[in-house]
Ligand binder design. Structure first.
Ligand SMILES: *[C@@H]1O[C@H](CO)[C@@H](O)[C@H](O)[C@H]1NC(C)=O
Ligand SMILES: *[C@@H]1O[C@H](CO)[C@@H](O)[C@H](O)[C@H]1NC(C)=O
Ligand SMILES: *[C@@H]1O[C@H](CO)[C@@H](O)[C@H](O)[C@H]1NC(C)=O
Ligand SMILES: *[C@@H]1O[C@H](CO)[C@@H](O)[C@H](O)[C@H]1NC(C)=O
Ligand SMILES: *[C@@H]1O[C@H](CO)[C@@H](O)[C@H](O)[C@H]1NC(C)=O
Ligand SMILES: *[C@@H]1O[C@H](CO)[C@@H](O)[C@H](O)[C@H]1NC(C)=O
Ligand SMILES: *[C@@H]1O[C@H](CO)[C@@H](O)[C@H](O)[C@H]1NC(C)=O
Ligand SMILES: *[C@@H]1O[C@H](CO)[C@@H](O)[C@H](O)[C@H]1NC(C)=O
Ligand SMILES: *[C@@H]1O[C@H](CO)[C@@H](O)[C@H](O)[C@H]1NC(C)=O
Ligand SMILES: *[C@@H]1O[C@H](CO)[C@@H](O)[C@H](O)[C@H]1NC(C)=O
Ligand SMILES: *[C@@H]1O[C@H](CO)[C@@H](O)[C@H](O)[C@H]1NC(C)=O
Length: 660
């Protein structure tokens, strides 16, 4: 089939989908049941923010043994589809779940909540007393559009009755009704399984709580809390449903073991009026659709990028905003060179001001076809991803041949400005370097982002260009992985002698097998991440930037050499001040080396990397001498059972970025 045929089939499909969408009433309800949750298998059904499914339960806040990384955390876990909460029909839903709160400190903190919300994103700074529901800005504001049933395990405010209560929260952490639970024989933070049932019908929300018995069911019980409220007055018609939780300087693990949810089918009244309105609308759409169809077909290949972008973006529920060119011109002072933040083969990044919000606008240079492909990939891929360690894509614009992508602004720029000690960038000389604690948290942040891309989101995403200049730092020096897709273009056009178009990435970060297979895999991302870890600890560039195959001349070789001589700590950047933990540094360096193993099968998965970083696991064993690069690579002699799920996905050429 030719490309033309494929793309016209695509258009017909889109047209059909559009008509289908208009003709069918958009009422939606949800019925689902996870008893219990299953690791990896259920991941695709949910949106995770600082949460994950692990040990057959949702860990709404991180579940790791490193005490520091479970403090001051907020997490959110939502079913990925919104449902129609109200309409002309009567709103009702039932939600039954088993929660288990494991105290980690005495007393424990802070709590967990069942939430209905318009926005899938966790508010910034909503950890601690805010329960991941709102933050100091949105507390009490009608704009928050969130309703929560909180299971509060800490008395954080004077208003809280005690440290063991259930409460109903509307757009606020302040409960309009709260009921202490001790008198019901419930001690939330005792590590007991409790079955909670929340029913909403006839504008009456009712909460039942009881201990879960051996068969996994709750006891028949009188309701604990019952309140009359018209949720339609506070929430939009379509809402996400799920959980949020938080910890503060007192901590606990917040788990949901199982969850069943049913909502009623909300129908619009199907009266004659509806028919009279809808029939002409459908006819009109049909006519417009058909003429658009012919219009697009006529316009042919060259101009098809805009409709394609719009089609693809419209199908994702969390579509990034489409901006007008005018707005972005105004925001950046008509792309004033004074506002330039950076430049590359792909185009230029400008700082801008949208209202009082700082943004970064990437303006893709007009001359490359590649640019458009990558543009679609970037907007559709990261546009639908949400993670605290990913740079947030705010929106996009395609007008008058301008391709623009809008990100949140990162005040501290990219990581490469901070780590290298042989710095040629004169202006950075006086900059304080990063402490060990910061460097470690940057490594951990990038690992979390990459684990999310590989294992945590609906479609596996390969970043393909992990490197220091693609790691951005926010105002608190939290690492945010950025530059999906387009960065590849920079490097490709900068290469003087690339032999195949398939090879993507940056010399120095590319796994040795890439030069033979030309393919990006989960393992090549892990390799690049390994190089990044080594750079961050050593403060050195990854290797000879000019050679394509510089495997022999790299930070990896240099470090193997030190390691085999038992002198690995000599590699550590001497400029770090503050607390230095040599064991920890050695552990991180060894983990970096194992990620850079020449045999892709021997590299750990990002899940394993995270477990090592949180000290739940030891770093993978390293041979005493640097292993040779042998191709084809030998498969590992045994499979780690606990990791079998990840192992299955290894070595598969997943290039799941759409638009390619
Ligand atoms: C609720 O949803 C579950 C899962 O789809 C289903 O098995 C159950 O029958 C539903 N309950 C009701 C009352 O519809
Ligand atoms: C609250 O969250 C919003 C959205 O995440 C953010 O813009 C705002 O700065 C946050 N407020 C505080 C006080 O952190
Ligand atoms: C949150 O907002 C409510 C109003 O909805 C207010 O009563 C309460 O004091 C606020 N809490 C904090 C900690 O600001
Ligand atoms: C609730 O459980 C925690 C943890 O087991 C315990 O420390 C606390 O004393 C219990 N509270 C009551 C009132 O029993
Ligand atoms: C809670 O439930 C899980 C599985 O449903 C079970 O393995 C565990 O033993 C229960 N815990 C307690 C304290 O009953
Ligand atoms: C709300 O529903 C619960 C249980 O279905 C019931 O016990 C309670 O009386 C109802 N409250 C109102 C105000 O209707
Ligand atoms: C568990 O509770 C359910 C519902 O109350 C009940 O039907 C079942 O018999 C109980 N099972 C046990 C072992 O207690
Ligand atoms: C509930 O609130 C919505 C939105 O404010 C309103 O349209 C609806 O009439 C209310 N329902 C009742 C029964 O008051
Ligand atoms: C712990 O957090 C509470 C508020 O959540 C705060 O009042 C207290 O000062 C904090 N303690 C420490 C040691 O940070
Ligand atoms: C919720 O459960 C009640 C019984 O407890 C049932 O009558 C009602 O139909 C259920 N609602 C939905 C939407 O499944
Ligand atoms: C979910 O179950 C409710 C009854 O509890 C039913 O009215 C609705 O149509 C079901 N929705 C789907 C999508 O199955």
């Amino acid at each position: 089939m030719s490309r033309m045929q494929v793309s016209s089939m695509r258009r017909s499909a889109v047209l059909l989908a559009l008509l289908h969408f208009c003709a069918v009433n958009p009422a939606r309800s949800l019925n689902f049941s996870y008893t219990p949750f299953r690791d990896h298998i259920n991941d695709k059904d949910f949106l995770f923010e600082n949460s994950r499914i692990y040990l057959n339960a949702v860990q709404v806040t991180p579940d790791v043994s490193n005490e520091a990384s479970i403090m001051n955390q907020a997490g959110r876990f939502l079913y990925k589809k919104r449902f129609k909460l109200w309409g002309k029909g009567k709103a009702s839903f039932n939600s039954t779940f088993v929660l288990k709160i494991d105290p980690k400190t005495n007393p424990s903190g802070e709590g967990l909540a069942f939430i209905l919300t318009e926005s899938p994103t966790l508010p910034e700074n909503s950890e601690g007393e805010w329960l991941g529901i709102v933050n100091a800005t949105s507390n009490g504001s009608a704009k928050a559009k969130i309703v929560a049933v909180e299971f509060d395990t800490r008395k954080s405010y004077a208003e809280d009755v005690d440290d063991n209560h259930v409460g109903l929260d509307i757009n606020s952490v302040y409960s309009i009704q709260q009921v202490p639970l001790f008198s019901y024989g419930v001690n939330l933070s005792s590590g007991t399984n409790y079955t909670v049932r929340i029913e909403y019908a006839n504008q009456n929300i009712t909460v039942f709580v009881s201990q879960t018995n051996e068969t996994g069911e709750g006891m028949e019980n009188a309701p604990v809390l019952s309140y009359t409220v018209n949720l339609s007055a506070y929430l939009s018609q379509e809402v996400y449903v799920g959980f949020s939780a938080s910890t503060g300087n007192k901590t606990q693990l917040n788990c949901i073991r199982s969850w069943e949810f049913n909502s009623s089918h909300i129908d619009e009244d199907s009266n004659l009026l509806w028919v009279w309105i809808m029939v002409p609308v459908v006819v009109l759409l049909l006519v417009t659709g058909v003429s658009c169809y012919f219009f697009w077909t006529r316009r042919g290949e060259k101009e098809d990028v805009l409709p394609r972008i719009q089609d693809e973006i419209q199908t994702t529920s969390m579509a990034p905003t489409k901006f007008k060119l005018k707005e972005l011109q105004r925001a950046t002072g008509r792309f004033n060179p004074k506002n330039e933040l950076g430049k590359g083969g792909f185009g230029t990044v400008y700082k801008g001001l949208l209202g009082d919000k700082e943004i970064a606008v990437k303006r893709v240079s007009k001359n490359s076809r590649q640019g458009k492909q990558e543009f679609i990939a970037e907007v559709t891929t990261i546009g639908s991803l949400r993670h605290k360690n990913l740079v947030k894509l705010i929106g996009w614009c395609y007008e008058s041949h301008e391709l623009l992508i809008v990100y949140e602004f990162m005040p501290n720029g990219s990581l490469d400005r901070f780590v290298y000690r042989d710095e040629s960038l004169g202006t950075e000389m006086g900059k304080p370097t990063l402490s060990w604690e910061r460097r470690r948290s940057i490594i951990f942040g990038v690992a979390q982002a990459l684990d999310y891309l590989h294992n945590g989101c609906e479609k596996r995403v390969l970043h393909r260009d992990i490197k220091a200049s693609n790691i951005m730092l926010d105002s608190a020096f939290i690492a945010r992985l950025g530059d999906f897709g387009l960065a590849r273009t920079i490097q490709q056009s900068n290469l003087t002698h690339h032999s195949t178009n398939e090879i993507a990435g940056t010399p120095g970060y590319m796994a040795p097998e890439t030069f033979l297979t030309g393919r990006a895999t989960v393992e090549t991302d892990v390799y690049a991440f390994g190089v990044l870890m080594l750079e961050v600890v050593c403060g050195r560039r990854p290797g000879n930037q000019n050679e394509q195959n510089n495997y022999n001349n790299s930070i990896v070789y240099w470090l193997w050499d030190l390691y085999s001589r038992g002198r690995i700590l000599e590699a550590v950047d001497s400029r770090m001040d503050g607390d230095i933990d040599e064991d920890d540094m050695a552990c991180v360096l060894m983990l970096g080396l194992s990620c850079c193993h020449p045999n892709p099968h021997e590299r750990p998965s990002m899940r394993t990397v995270l477990m090592v970083l949180t000290r739940e696991d030891d770093p993978p064993a390293l041979p005493q001498e640097r292993p040779a690069f042998v191709w084809p690579a030998m498969p590992p002699s045994f499979k780690d059972d606990t990791d079998s799920n990840v192992a299955e996905g290894q070595m598969t050429p997943l290039t799941d970025l759409s638009g390619r």
